[in-house]
Design a protein around this ligand. Structure first.
Ligand code: PEP
Ligand code: MN
Length: 363
C-alpha cells in the first residue's frame, strides 16, 4: 500500500510533533464555526479545523447536521485563518459537495467504515482526486473491517491516508463511551507502520474530564496526533455536548502533554535498553521451550486417553487448572485477564494437539 508521509500533504504539520485537529462536533451556525476557528487559530499546534456537516445519529429526530449550507463556512475558515478544513462524508453526494466547496481533507465516520458498500461508494467517488482521507475505526471491534476500508481507498488511488482510533462500541459501558481497546490500533500500527494513526479522545471518552488522560495515553503509544471536539460553549452544543471542550481548555490539554520520542541516541540509555532486550529475548526463548515441553506432555496424555477412550476436553480439569493459574498469577501481581487469556489459548492448543492425535489413531 502506498502511503504518503503527513508532512508531504499537510503544509503546516511539523514532523515529530502530534498533528492536532480541532473543531466542533457539528457546524451549528456561521458565527459558531468562525468563532471557534478564530480561537483555534491562536493555538499554534492546531493545524486542521474539523466540523460535522452531516451527522450520523443513532436515533432519528436528533439534530442531523445542517448539510450543504454549512460547507461555504468551512471555506471561509480556511480563507480567514489558514487552517486546513475537514468534514465527514458518508455518501458519494457528500464527496461531490465537499470537493466542490474546497474541503481539504475528508473523513469517514465509524458507522460508515463498518459498511463496505458505503466505503466502496466513497472510494469510487474519489477516484482520480488523491484528496487526503481519514478513516475512523468501525464501531465494532473488527480490525479487518478497518483495514478493508483503508484498502478500498488505497485501491481507489488515495495515498494520503490517516487512520483515526475512536474506540469501539462494546456491550458493557464502563469508564468510556467507546472502549479504546488499545490493542487494536496497535495491531494496525504494526501491520502498517507508515500509516499515520491519530486518536479521537472525544468519542472514546464521551466526557470532557477524561480527554486529557486519553490524549496522554495516545502520545505514550506513539500515535501521530489527536482530533479533539472543541466548541465555544460546549454545554450548549447541538451534538455531543458532554465531550466537547472550549478552545481555552484545548490549549491547556495540549500544553500539558508530555511527548515521548520514539528513539534516543543517548549511549547509557542505548546500552541499558540493549541489555534489557537481551533479557527479554532469553525469557521469550525459555517460554517457547517451555511450551514445547508442555506439548510433549500433552502428547503423552493424549496417548493415555486414546488407550482409555477418554475425551480430549475434560471440563472439570480445565476449570481447576484455570483457577489455580489465576491464583498463582494474582499472587505474583499479574493481570487476571491476561492470565485468563494466555491459559485459555494454551489450553485450546492442547485440546487441538490431542484431537489431532485422536484423528490419526483412527487411521
Ligand atoms: C464525529 O467525529 O463527530 C463522529 C460522528 O464520529 P464517529 O464516526 O467516530 O462516531
Ligand atoms: Mn461528535
Amino acid at each position: 500500500m502506498k502511503i504518503d508521509p503527513l508532512h508531504s500533504f499537510l503544509p503546516n504539520y511539523k514532523p515529530g510533533k502530534p498533528l492536532i485537529i480541532a473543531g466542533p462536533c457539528s457546524a451549528e451556525s456561521q458565527e459558531q464555526v468562525l468563532k471557534t476557528a478564530h480561537a483555534l487559530k491562536e493555538i499554534p499546534e492546531v493545524s486542521v479545523f474539523r466540523a460535522g456537516i452531516w451527522k450520523p445519529r443513532t436515533r432519528p429526530n436528533n439534530f442531523e447536521g445542517l448539510g450543504e449550507i454549512a460547507l461555504p463556512w468551512l471555506k471561509q475558515v480556511k480563507e480567514e485563518t489558514g487552517l486546513l478544513v475537514t468534514a465527514e462524508v458518508a455518501t458519494a453526494k457528500h464527496v461531490e459537495l465537499c470537493l466542490k466547496n474546497g474541503i481539504d481533507i475528508l473523513w469517514i465516520g465509524a458507522r460508515t467504515t463498518a459498511n463496505p458498500f458505503s466505503v466502496q461508494e466513497i472510494a469510487d467517488a474519489l477516484k482520480g482526486t488523491n484528496i487526503p482521507v481519514m478513516i475512523k475505526n468501525p464501531i465494532n471491534a473488527d480490525l479487518q473491517l478497518w483495514i478493508g476500508a483503508i484498502e478500498r481507498l488505497s485501491l481507489a488511488g488515495i495515498t494520503k491516508l490517516i487512520a483515526i482510533h475512536r474506540g469501539f462500541s462494546v456491550g458493557e459501558k464502563l469508564e468510556f463511551r467507546n472502549d479504546p481497546l488499545w490493542r487494536i490500533p496497535m495491531e494496525l500500527k504494526m501491520k502498517f507502520p507508515d500509516l499515520p494513526l491519530i486518536c479521537d479522545p472525544s468519542h472514546i471518552t464521551g466526557k470532557r474530564e477524561l480527554i486529557q488522560k486519553v490524549c496522554q495515553k495516545a502520545m505514550d503509544l506513539d500515535m501521530n496526533g489527536l482530533i479533539i471536539e472543541t466548541h465555544p460553549d460546549p454545554d450548549k452544543a447541538w451534538s455531543d455536548a458532554a465531550q466537547q471542550v472550549t478552545p481555552e481548555k484545548l490549549a491547556e490539554i495540549i500544553s500539558s502533554l508530555s511527548l515521548k520520542k520514539e528513539d534516543s541516541h543517548d549511549k547509557v540509555f542505548t546500552n541499558q535498553l540493549n541489555d534489557l532486550r537481551d533479557q527479554i529475548d532469553r525469557l521469550d526463548n525459555e517460554l517457547i521451550h517451555t511450551l514445547k515441553m508442555r506439548k510433549n506432555v500433552v502428547e503423552k496424555i493424549a496417548k493415555a486417553k486414546i488407550e482409555q477412550n477418554v475425551t480430549a476436553l475434560q471440563r472439570n480439569r480445565f476449570d481447576q487448572l484455570m483457577k489455580e493459574r489465576m491464583e498463582t498469577g494474582e499472587k505474583l501481581g499479574l493481570n487476571q485477564e491476561f492470565i485468563k487469556e494466555i491459559f485459555s489459548t494454551i489450553h485450546d492448543q492442547s485440546v487441538e494437539v490431542q484431537t489431532d492425535l485422536f484423528e490419526k489413531s483412527k487411521k
